[in-house]
Write a protein that binds this ligand. Sequence first.
Ligand code: SAM
Length: 359
Amino acid sequence: MGLLDRAGSNVMEPPTQSAARLRDRHGRAITDLRVSVTDRCNFRCVYCRTGNEGAQYAELAHADYLRMIRLFVGLGVEKVRFTGGEPLLRQGLLELIREVSELRSPFLPSGERLDLALTTNGHLLSDLAQPLRDAGLTRVTVSMDAVDGPTFAAITRVPKSFERVLAGIRAATAAGLGPVKVNCVLLRGFNDGQIEAFAEFSRREGVIVRFIEWMPLEEDRSWTRDAVVTLDEIVQRLSVYVPEGLGEAGLFPLAANAASETARRYTFADGRGEIGIIAPVSRPFCGHCSRVRLTSDGKIRTCLFSQTDHDLVGRMVRGGTDEELNAYIRMVVDGKEARHHIGEEGFQKPSRSMVHIGG
Ligand code: SAM
């Protein structure tokens, strides 16, 4: 007998294609689902958390996440990213990934697997990289905001965290989860001196470094536009940088992998190292957004900056059939926001901060 969810339906039924692919009213196909499995986190990064608050929302049984993911896959989701909070804190994550890796999209060619990714702070990754790969994970993104120990610890507020995360990145590469993406949020005055060191790190470790502009999604109210290190600044700095042993400066754009790709990609004169820049503040890319999110407590969020979330798990608990839940998902996704309004007059902070949404 398969795994049963709390409403008693079999969550391991294969996803069935439910008419047309999921789209919003702006014509954007939704192919990318981010699932938060906890809003607990073992880091207290200064740009994300106050340092005083803990988890605020419930975690669901794995069968509930599995059923919701199966429904989204039946509607056209092809990429699932597990996140949090810190997803590696969640017990049973490997089992959930194993179950999700068995799902097949009715929209993909027969036999083609879903793209299963994980975003983690890397603190617990070194021991888990191979088990994650064995469970069916395709790739991993590690958040790392400095490439030296003291700066890293000042940001995460966890001593000796850098060495553990570095070991996690190397273990992930060795386990075949590469090329590992390393995400760095730059904060003026904190880690903006690290841009060139990150270029070296990318070249030396064979990882893709991606700088992300800081967004107003933190628990307290510390965001200012001036603290954001923008795409233009990063490009300017790296364009004049001469990588070690290369003897020549220059930053060269790479073609996008897909229209919905969030990062602008670059490399150096010898093609070693890859730098991506994700610029939601200075170059919003909402027109190509293909994402929706599920929070750890089972709510759909159609945008990081949504003012409300939508109670999918509540409908499941009350006995909603797959058809009813699919209709609900379609209705919610139809109303996905056209774009965010960061930096505009009247901008309102979203109803949840990043750690409680799932990044
Ligand atoms: N704990 C995991 C991790 O550290 O990757 C997953 C959750 S974390 C919220 C996901 C990503 O969001 C991290 O790369 C983090 O740096 C990024 N992030 C957090 N707050 C952000 C903000 N205000 N603006 C941009 N990125 C942010």
